[in-house]
Design a protein around this ligand. Structure first.
Ligand SMILES: NC(=O)c1ccc[n+]([C@@H]2O[C@H](COP(=O)([O-])OP(=O)(O)OC[C@H]3O[C@@H](n4cnc5c(N)ncnc54)[C@H](OP(=O)(O)O)[C@@H]3O)[C@@H](O)[C@H]2O)c1
Length: 314
């Protein structure tokens, strides 16, 4: 099969498109013919940290059809269309075929295309868990989404609206219209104003991107407000992980998210997509042999939604 193999620590230049053996599913795995796979920061951050997946293939968010099943598989059968996040199961999605345990997957509804399905798992579950679990979002909450226009941000705006919040989206000038069209009530251009200096206060801040001091975020929370760090510049991540607990004295909470893939949350999001309440935003599509270009584009940090690799069979 064709695959994009990653051999060494380094940049996307080390992603090599080549021919390798098709994987063989273990008794508790299925073999999936990949139809689409999306790129995530988890891929390039793992590359930078020198993490190499077992089969030397990145790509977590996959959608495809089941080719064959191991003898202990009961949930799926050949021909089923599935989707899931394989980051906790060795990645492997930048390839024509991948194996996965059934707990990593759910059935893909016919109404959702393979490329839409591949764009959902990691980004949408991160947004959901940041808002609902860490953020304890409630109807009527004033929610600030910092970094509203990338993979996670575009889902976060829509999911916050679904929960009945009033959403203020922070992005650059190019993406203000996009955030409004996804349902944001207000938009702020981070290239023109510093939202942390405003008199406005928020019940929940989800920091998807950017880099502001924790004290600045804390200042613009309501008295019982919550800040949830999802990602962004390394400084934002380190500050939140190191000082979040210390800064959580009093009723304001400064929290960090580590999203966990699971079938229940994925099914919940997929229902919202199926009924049209939220829609995946796909910025760019690439062929498998251009995966390195897709990663380079994502690393630039200004994707407008998700970046998806679509197989020739699509
Ligand atoms: N905690 C977790 O469990 C978890 C899970 C998944 C992802 N993450 C992290 O979440 C972050 C976002 O992931 P993603 O998939 O959404 O990435 P992405 O798609 O690459 O995000 C790109 C977006 O970030 C925006 N951006 C860049 N600089 C910004 C700034 N200074 N202020 C506000 N927005 C800015 C860009 O908007 P403009 O072009 O408008 O600047 C662009 O739309 C990454 O750091 C990732 O590692 C964390």
């Amino acid at each position: 099969m064709k695959a994009v193999v990653y051999n060494k620590k380094g940049s996307p230049d080390k992603l090599i498109y080549c021919e390798i053996d098709k994987p063989v599913p273990k008794d508790s795995e299925v073999l999936i013919k990949v139809r689409a796979v999306s790129a995530n920061a988890a891929d390039y951050r793992s590359m930078k940290m020198g993490i190499i997946p077992a089969r030397k293939i990145f790509g977590a968010d996959i959608a495809g059809s089941i080719e064959s099943t191991g003898k202990n598989i009961h949930q799926f059968k050949p021909g089923d269309e599935v989707m899931g996040d394989l980051a906790s199961f060795g990645f492997g999605g930048f390839a024509e075929y991948v194996t996965a345990p059934e707990k990593a997957l759910i059935l893909k509804p016919v109404k959702i295309s393979f490329e839409e399905a591949a764009s959902i798992p990691m980004a949408a579950l991160t947004a959901l868990q940041a808002l609902r679990d860490k953020g304890q979002i409630r109807k009527g909450h004033k929610v600030l989404i910092v970094g509203s226009s990338g993979g996670v941000g575009t889902f976060a705006v829509q999911i916050a609206r679904y929960f009945g919040a009033t959403v203020t989206a922070v992005c650059s000038s190019n993406n203000l219209d996009q955030s409004l069209s996804l349902g944001a009530d207000n938009v702020l251009d981070y290239t023109k104003e510093d939202f942390t200096k405003s008199h406005l206060r928020y019940d929940l801040i989800v920091a998807v991107n950017g880099n502001h001091p924790l004290s600045a975020y804390k200042r613009i929370l309501t008295p019982d407000g919550r800040y949830v760090m999802v990602g962004g510049a390394l400084l934002q991540i380190f500050r939140s992980l190191l000082f979040g607990k210390l800064m959580s004295f009093g009723s304001k909470k400064m929290l960090s998210l580590s999203a966990k893939a699971n079938q229940t949350d994925l099914e919940f999001i997929v229902r919202l997509v199926e009924e049209g309440t939220i829609k995946p935003v796909i910025d760019r599509r690439y062929k498998l042999d251009k995966t390195a270009d897709a990663m380079r584009y994502l690393i630039e940090g200004h994707a407008r939604g998700k970046v998806v690799i679509v197989m020739d069979s699509e």
